[in-house]
Design a binder for this molecule. Sequence first.
Ligand code: MOS
Length: 697
Amino acid sequence: MTTTAKPRTVGAARTRVEGREKVTGAARYASEQPFEELAHGWLVLSTVARGRVRAVGEEAVRTLPGVLTVLHSGNAPRLTTDFVSLLGPPDPVVALFQHDRVPHLGWPVALVVAETPEQAREAAEALVVEYDEEPHDVAFRAGRPGTYTPEDGSAVAAKGDLEAELASSSVLVDASYTTPEQHHSAMEPHAATARWAEGRLEVLDTNQGTGWVAGDLAQLFSLDASSVRVRSEHIGGAFGSKGVRPHQVGAVMAATVLHRPVRLALTRRQVFAVTGYRSPTAQRVRLGADPDGRLRAFGHEALNLTSTLRPFVETSAVFGRVMYDARAHHTAHRLVGLDMPTPTWMRAPGEAPGSFAVESALDELAERLDMDPIALRARNEPETGPLSGLPFSSRNLLGCFEEGARRFGWAGRDPRPRLRREGRWLLGTGTAAATYPSGAAPSTASVTAEPDGGFTVRISAADVGTGARTALTLVAAEALDVDPERVTVRIGDSDFGQAWVAGGSMGTRSWSLAVVSAAEELRGRLALSDGDIPPEGITARTDTAGLLAELAKKERHSFGAQFAEVAVDVTTGEVRVRRMLGVFAAGRIINPLTARSQLVGGMIWGLSMALHEEAVRDAASGGQVGADFAGYHIAANADVPVIEADWIDDPVPDDPVGVKGIGEIGIVGAAAAISNAVWHATGVRHRDLPLRPDRIL
Ligand code: MOS
């Protein structure tokens, strides 16, 4: 889209700078680095959902082959856990072995360390832990007792009299939706290696922010921040799950106790248990409209579960605060504390489940109004932020719908359901809107002009698989006005200073601002120099706190339009998605190749959310049934048809880099578009995900 960009930098499709390393296996992931004298840890997780650890039978396993130590609440070093860092307080599960209480099934109760992973595993599986068990409650459903409004200031937002406007509306929708517990399922499981070297703690890890993890580890172990170094070179997916988790804490604890490097890798089942998940949601949407489709009343209440340890809000109701205006506008979150692990952010936290409910309800309203679903959304385009009153930095939602409708072939669609049939398949199409915030947070970057004519960028950014390293190479090359081949970007090292994490779709925007600002400063200094570059190079280093503080307060978001075509087998209830199209307005697109991959990846998550993903809790044990890839279904290649993602021009005039972020918006609205298409195919509304065959029939 960027007509002004130099074709070899921003806007040019580039393969990943580390692509060859990755496909040849030369790229080493966190658990693949060799170390001398490496010991291996294996976590032991509780088998009861609530109670106390009465005894840990460590004596019997300490004599097993290779066992070096067994850590548990009776002997573990004390940690500091009451702190707030870059992303708030740490997850309660990192308070490893700090007390004998068991707040949920899968709570870490011991760590066995041995010479080999096999020996550690054998001893961990032989370890007998005795519990005083107490009754537990993991039953999540709408209307259950014990719900509360979180103290979080953004839990409720309201204007106008909702009941009065509903009463004076001529067309109403009042519908309840549910989404199930979902898991991140990153390809690379969590793993860390910790060691002490020359008075410093060094941790090799797989995470979304080395500065964040280093800062939290320093707090936990009461260390000086400068004495902790965390590196995370290559990362096989994260999606919100790769912050500070028990694997780093256990590795550091054991390395400290044993004076040896210790590696702790989680198994896939442990990843399901201790690295967070998306809470199930129960949502009620109430819409009231005039006959012309204009909303008078917009109500959205969303309930999610959290642990008994800490409130975590899945912010489903924020979606409507950006998307639609109405005279009365009420959105609220509620929580219920259960004997479950604490949920966490998972790709498009809030917007993913929230858009399913709201965009399904909009489709139901369009049906009742006998109005085209896109026309209904156009009728309700707000001029300014519905609740904030602030201007949008840019809002091209209707442009997305126009371009999407044209390419998808929406015009001439018969809105009536259950009319198209192909043998045993009923066919239908659906659409939904998408949005996700475009934020930025202060970050530090340095750029060095090297004597050989190259440039080195250093920033503690993370490439979780997005292509961030490549994007920053293009951004730096453009800012320096040099060929990208002359730029080396080094990321994933907390020693490069504090920077924002790969999260909240804020990474590339936050880091680009820092890299551009350092590059500009360097160019200024080079212009003043006599052209001689000393052996150590010339370095400019900046941070963006001041720059961000000056940015005008606006509603800054990406937008998009999702389209789906489905076929529903009337004999088996199977839903096949035949094609999807997403058109996005997401600011300046730095690298079309990896950007498309990000957006398509998000849409595949949406497909997976619509049709497959569901973690089932067993009420009796309190545990997840089938916590593996056999039991937890994610979309496989055969489920994924033609998926197209594209974007329209979306300049953000007042933003120094014009980047909005694309990490999460691909999933937003995708499940609603599919569900709306299933209604169009069958004439039956489905308000509970996933759309399993037994629900379709
Ligand atoms: Mo993303 S859920 O902000 O890592």
